[in-house]
Design a protein around this ligand. Structure first.
Ligand code: OAD
Length: 233
């Protein structure tokens, strides 16, 4: 089976009703990114940051995967699919994707402030225990925090993701402005012979040159078109 690798961003979940970050009306217009999504912001005001993610998590319970997520999952019938996502939601998993690499962490998980990437510290939150409280402790005694990779923190899944991209037969990028490194740098790992598809309704100031196709549509309509294109190859 051919290896099909997706790199997804906030635009993937836009049609599920989750705001993107940098579009007009996006999350970073309403909240200063430095305050709510950086390690410095967390150190300065942990309560603000914990509450910000508690809100995002509650919102996640109210939304569902969109047609685009479902079509990505359905590709597993014909391809060996890996999804690398910058999104912290679980909509790819809920749509049925089985191999999902989260570069920026997972909203439905919590971890220790002292050792955020230690596997034994990472716990899954449930609808019954959705919010993280100030004073709630991880097993090492430090404050429980969201399992999110904030600005200023290393990206532990980067190497694994780069390895997956470097073995792609087809690389598909959906709904990311490719503004945030190191995630955006993953595109450079795609093998030169692999076709690269970009699904995004906006023009992006980026062109991978030969073998690059921009499907200028939203995630769901764009996935329909991608499937048509791949079936004629
Ligand atoms: P951005 O908000 O930067 O970019 C969203 C992209 O989605 C833009 O290129 C939009 O044109 C596109 N888009 C909008 N609606 C769409 C739709 N219906 N279908 C397809 N695409 C659509 O979001 P990201 O690139 O994901 O990190 O942002 C990367 C990281 O920055 C996030 O993971 C987050 C943020 O700060 C952290 O919080 C650590």
């Amino acid at each position: 089976m051919k290896r099909l690798v997706f790199l997804t961003g906030a635009g993937m979940s836009a049609e599920s009703g989750i705001s993107t970050f940098r579009d007009s009306g996006g999350l970073w217009e309403q909240y200063p990114v430095e305050a709510v999504a950086s390690i410095g912001g967390y150190e300065r005001d942990p309560e603000l940051v914990i509450n910000f993610y508690n809100e995002r998590r509650r919102q996640l319970l109210d939304v569902r995967p969109c047609r685009g997520h479902e079509l990505v999952a359905a590709m597993e019938k014909d391809f060996d699919v890996t999804v690398i996502t910058q999104n912290v939601d679980d909509l790819h998993e809920r749509a049925g994707s089985t191999k999902v690499i989260h570069l920026h962490g997972e909203l439905m998980k919590a971890t220790s402030t002292r050792d955020p990437n230690k596997p034994s510290q990472i716990v899954t939150l449930t609808p019954e225990h959705l919010d993280i409280q100030m004073g709630e402790k991880a097993t090492d005694g430090s404050q429980l925090r969201p399992y999110i990779v904030w600005f200023g923190e290393p990206v532990p899944m980067l190497e694994t993701a780069a390895e997956v991209v470097s073995r792609a037969d087809i690389f598909v990028i959906i709904g990311t402005s490719l503004n945030v490194y190191p995630a955006a740098g993953l595109t450079a790992f795609a093998p030169p012979e692999a076709p690269i598809y970009l699904i995004d309704p906006k023009d992006v100031p980026w062109n991978a040159g030969h073998g690059f196709h921009h499907i200028k549509k939203g995630a769901s309509a764009g996935m329909e078109e991608l499937i048509k294109e791949l079936s004629t190859k």
